[in-house]
Design a protein around this ligand. Structure first.
Ligand code: DX5
Ligand code: ZN
Length: 226
């Protein structure tokens, strides 16, 4: 499965999102990862549909909208109308996951389910055939720049097993603490959509950092455009 790089704009300059998105797109970003936080499900507040709509005007790559909010059903349509191409919801935040997943799909976006670090992979067993992708959190959600939780490597392998048993080859996204030092390991463990915030926008050159992350992910020599 080919690797997709999804820079998280959480660590970008919010006063210059258009400039920062253009930089990572020049660097080969496949998706733009947008972190939506409500101050309830996670202890941080970020952005809502109006900002997603503005990002949509700036981005040429699909928007991957990660909802870290309670009651996402109330807002999913607004995010799709604002331009979200992929929407993921946390299994820990949603009581009627089947309904929510099918709402996302009915509205025309790709549907993903997110697992927090302490949530077992087995929770996906019944919903796995319906999912377009799974997102494994490798930090506790809420903030960029946290350290990668190494147990996530085992979690990735377990999620892949659950998907395979369900007859699904859906891609697995990994989010949190991804950098040049661990990106090859997460790919080897089964991740193919790679979110990175701090490793890209925390560097002085987001374009080069995006390119370097892909090279490290596919095991290419440094500086390669692979
Ligand atoms: C964390 C967010 C992540 C975050 C990743 O709650 O879901 O997308 O921006 O940032 P880094 O790569 O800095 O851990
Ligand atoms: Zn995220």
């Amino acid at each position: 499965m080919s690797v997709q790089i999804a820079p998280s704009i959480l660590s970008a300059d919010f006063a210059a999102l258009g400039r920062d998105i253009a930089a990572v797109e020049r660097g080969g970003a496949d998706l733009i990862h947008v972190d939506v936080m409500d101050g309830h499900f996670v202890p941080n507040i970020t952005i809502g549909p109006p900002v997603v709509k503005a990002i949509k005007r700036a981005a040429t790559r699909p928007l991957d909208v990660h909802l870290m909010i309670e009651q996402p059903d109330l807002y999913i349509e607004d995010f799709v109308k604002a331009g979200a191409n992929m929407i993921s919801v946390h299994v820990e935040a949603v009581p009627h996951l089947h309904r929510t997943v099918h709402l996302i799909k009915k509205l025309g976006a790709k549907a993903g389910v997110v697992l927090n670090p302490a949530t077992p992979a087995g929770v996906l067993e019944e919903i796995a055939p319906d999912l377009d992708f799974v997102l494994v959190m490798s930090v506790n959600p809420g903030f960029g720049g946290q350290a990668f939780i190494r147990h996530s490597l085992q979690k990735l392998r377990r999620v892949r097993e659950v998907l395979t048993r369900a007859g699904s080859s859906a891609p697995i996204e990994i989010d949190g603490g991804i950098d040049l030092g661990n990106v090859a390991e997460v790919v080897a463990a089964g991740a193919s959509i790679l979110v990175a915030g701090n490793a890209i926008f925390g560097s002085s050159d987001a374009e080069a950092a995006t390119r370097a992350l892909r090279a490290a992910a596919v095991g290419a020599p440094t500086g390669s455009r692979a």
